[in-house]
Design a protein around this ligand. Structure first.
Ligand code: CO
Length: 134
């Protein structure tokens, strides 16, 4: 079912410092910050040869990563995203095996403008998993 690793998302309390670290210390290609009010995050995209890293910082009061950063004040790996060819088929197959979908269970538009779902970490070995249709 799953294809390529699309991205790893790292939550950070300091987007500027994290961007600088990836650009200057690691020599990566780093985007300017993009506000995503509908997701409650500001995102910086780090482009690697085989995947990408998304540095995410809270945006607004009701940010979904605010609680994560309270638990992990230095930041940390927030989720990983796998590609699927057909997200509705993936959703049905996962739900049939008892995997819970976060939120209202419906497919949303993700940071790349593509359909996404988030799978409950308790059903996925403790990792928050995003699946994205590409
Ligand atoms: Co993501």
């Amino acid at each position: 079912m799953i294809g390529k690793l699309n991205h790893v998302a790292i939550a950070t309390p300091d987007l500027e410092a994290a961007s600088r670290q990836y650009r200057e210390l690691l020599g990566a290609e780093v985007s300017t910050p993009v506000d995503m009010p509908e997701h409650g995050v500001t995102t910086v995209f780090v482009t690697l040869p085989n995947t990408s890293i998304e540095l995410i910082a809270p945006l607004g009061e009701a940010s979904p990563i605010a609680r994560f950063l309270i638990k992990h004040p230095d930041g940390g790996i927030h989720h990983i995203c796998y590609e699927v060819a057909d997200i509705e088929a993936a959703k049905k197959a996962l739900a049939a095996k008892g995997v819970r979908i976060l939120g209202d269970g419906e497919v949303k538009t993700g940071a790349h403008g593509k359909p996404v779902l988030f799978l409950h970490p308790k059903d996925m070995g403790g990792a928050l998993i995003e699946i994205e249709e590409v």
